[in-house]
Write a protein that binds this ligand. Structure first.
Ligand SMILES: C[S@@+](CC[C@H](N)C(=O)[O-])C[C@H]1O[C@@H](n2cnc3c(N)ncnc32)[C@H](O)[C@@H]1O
Length: 355
């Protein structure tokens, strides 16, 4: 298995590990959809995404507390892969009673549309659903389908897009339908007038914008997975949710990715802010972003934490000790609230930059 596939799987696994107990607390039923499931196993014997998703529950340290019904829907087009996937699932042994697995043979476009039609006809609400959309190329994951699905509250999506590949093909004739399908608009055509990084950035931002606008998602983050052996094959994982807690858990999953030899993983949501995945995080870009955002205005610690979560690649846990404290000790941050001492920022603490 290639290191970038391992990175993708680890993000998925980490996120589901956090998602399952949180969501099962408030819902009797959760749905996981893998729209391009694959055979469930790689040539080297490593598990594929369906098995990873099942094991996120089966091996969960708090499995006993996750009592919701868990419906796993795996869609795969190729018959041989469907067969293999069923075998891999059977090899897990008897599944607990609350786990329902449906392996569907067919194309994501047709089969997923049927599921949605059915839900809409019955006027039923879709249970909280997490969809993993991981096609080989870029012409099989229509934005309008994702859009319909994501109109349901509490639905989240993780889409793997070969953005550098898209970037290379965007100028070629004959790609129009595939591009329209991927982006759900013909605005991608404007990319043809751009070059290099600007073009890649434009396509990235357009996809993120479409997820927000067409799919009604409040928060969209992306994570780029580049193989240094083959930088041209870079992929981008786009995650979309309507909920800050989901956003936070996904960002934590992304931050958990270690450096693997010969591989670079970069958070690419904001231009110029690309923290390395090392123990010693450089929070200079976060400091600059906070200063640019709040300027001389008063703000609370909650404002700073929310801005960090929603508008930067950083986590709320990077804010106090690593970012605000050094600024305060340097005389660049004035705290206006009584508290225990410098470097502490209790709930509701008000402050402003003095630059
Ligand atoms: C990148 S692989 C999926 C790998 C899998 N998600 C994993 O991580 O283990 C893409 C899979 O989608 C299947 N596929 C391709 N087009 C499809 C479509 N339109 N609908 C459903 N499956 C499709 C392919 O046969 C292939 O197994």
């Amino acid at each position: 298995m290639e290191p970038h596939t391992a990175a993708k799987h680890r993000i998925l696994q980490n996120y589901l590990y956090a998602w399952l107990p949180i969501m099962s607390k408030y819902n009797g039923r959760l749905v996981y959809v893998d729209g391009f499931a694959g055979p469930g196993v790689y040539e080297d014997g490593e598990p594929g995404s369906p098995i990873i998703a099942l094991n996120a529950y089966l091996d969960h340290a708090y499995r006993e507390r996750i009592d919701a019904e868990l419906v796993y829907v795996f869609i795969e087009e190729e018959r041989a892969r469907v067969k293999r996937l069923k075998k891999e699932i059977a090899a897990l042994g008897a599944l607990p009673k609350n786990v329902v697995v449906e392996v569907i043979e067919g194309s994501f476009q047709d089969r997923f549309a049927e599921v949605l039609d059915d839900v809409e006809t019955r006027g039923a609400a879709l249970a909280p659903t997490f969809a993993f959309i991981d096609p080989f190329g870029y012409s099989d994951a229509p934005m309008d389908l994702s859009g319909r699905f994501l109109q349901f509250d509490r639905c989240e999506v993780l889409v793997y897009v070969p953005l550098r590949h898209v970037n290379r093909f965007v100028g070629r004739a004959g790609q129009e339908n595939a591009m329209n399908t991927l982006f759900g608009t013909d605005e991608w055509e404007k990319a043809r007038e751009l070059n290099g990084d600007a073009r890649l950035r434009f396509l990235h931002d357009l996809f993120a914008k479409q997820l927000e606008n067409e799919c009604g998602l409040t928060y969209v983050r992306s994570f780029e997975i580049v193989s240094s052996a083959n930088p041209a094959s870079g992929y981008t994982l786009f995650f979309g949710t309507k909920h800050q807690l989901g956003l936070r858990r996904m960002k934590e999953s992304m931050w958990d990715i270690d450096r693997v030899e010969g591989q670079r993983y970069k958070d690419t949501t904001s231009s110029g802010m690309q923290p390395l995945f090392e123990d010693e995080v450089d929070t200079t870009p976060l400091r600059d972003a906070l200063i640019a955002h709040f300027g001389k205005k008063k703000f609370t610690i909650e404002d700073a934490l929310e801005f960090t979560l929603v508008d930067t690649p950083y986590l709320p846990s990077h804010v106090k000790k690593r970012t605000l404290k050094p600024l305060e000790l340097d005389g660049k941050l004035q705290v206006l609230t009584e508290r225990r001492g410098k470097g502490t920022y209790p709930d509701g603490a008000k402050m402003r930059f003095t630059l």
